[in-house]
Design a protein around this ligand. Sequence first.
Ligand code: NDP
Ligand code: ZN
Length: 349
Amino acid sequence: FRVRSKGYAARDSSGNLGVYEFERQPVGDNDILIEIKFSGVCHSDIHTVKGEWGDQKYPLVPGHEIAGIVTAVGKNVKKFKVGDHAGVGCMVDSCGSCKSCKDGLQQYCEKGTTMTYGTKSEKYPTGVTQGGYANNLVVTESFAIKIPKNMSLQDAAPLLCAGVTTYSPLMKADVGKGMKVGVAGIGGLGHLAIKIAVSKGAEVYAFTTTNDKVDDIKKFGAKEVIVVDDLSKLDAHKGTLDYMISTIPVSYDLSAYIALVKPNGNYTQVGLPAGNISFNNFAFISSRVNFNGSLIGGIPETQEILDYCAQNKIYPEIQIVDIKDINDVYDKVLQKKARYRYVIDAKTI
Ligand code: NDP
Ligand code: ZN
């Protein structure tokens, strides 16, 4: 039988959320039921519910940084038992048989990944997947992550999207000792990028537009913080970095930031603004920088970042919030007031 669920949903592209009672698919033989305890607020939730990434099917419950406790398991489930701590990130299903899926890169599934919320499919009672701003979630066990016992559920939540989205490209770029690494946009993703790069031994340069974040960012381990209140502040750092990652969630002058990287260095864009990102052709071509984008991380890599952070005591900076304040929380994220990830206490749902 279907699982009754209570969450907070957007009903239109205004971005305002309100209470929504709905049903989830039954707990199948390979599924687990998670009682959600904490749910992180990702900037992607805001882009999505506002329709900035395309039209949505409403009502839509966002949330893809989900941590909770297993309360039921299907008969084939091996990885979890009732009482275990489990997490769910941005994906809940994929084909499982294409090359990307076989390589553990389910986010690039050739048949299309089923995202945690917003993927339209008649397999789900509301006709669309519903995310983690809710009291429970049904998911196939292979898309659930084991949360290490020595990590709190509220600390685990942001790692499931913000953590793996920055960890994955940093690992692909082999960030480590002797490397100068830039991070642009120090919010949910950016602050974890700094902590992860620092933990790997890199020298980190943080580029922020918010003056009052400087002291915090130094505490995260950055060697230098550059307050970019004007693009000319970038000039002194031109051609100095081996690698850079940008989480900036609005359109910005990409070439001005790319120019910070040494020729043949790498630059990863993870921020996903609604419009296009602009760049100056000549500055871009003259930089000889390898530019790439990166989408979250696969399931094995998501497990890896949880285990890595638990072992190395890397925790996100979080502020626990009441779901009733979610509309205000969204405004604060947009105003760059998050310090550094809001996490919803699911008790308040
Ligand atoms: P946050 O809002 O927490 O952080 C973004 C940071 O970017 C802000 O804290 C701010 O940092 C900076 N910023 C915000 N607005 C502006 C602006 N107008 N001009 C310049 N800088 C600005 O967002 P998240 O970290 O949650 O997400 C960041 C982006 O990454 C979003 O677009 C999100 O959708 C995307 N994303 C992409 C994923 C992927 O797979 N590629 C996965 C998850 C998220 P500061 O104050 O330091 O300047
Ligand atoms: Zn996210």
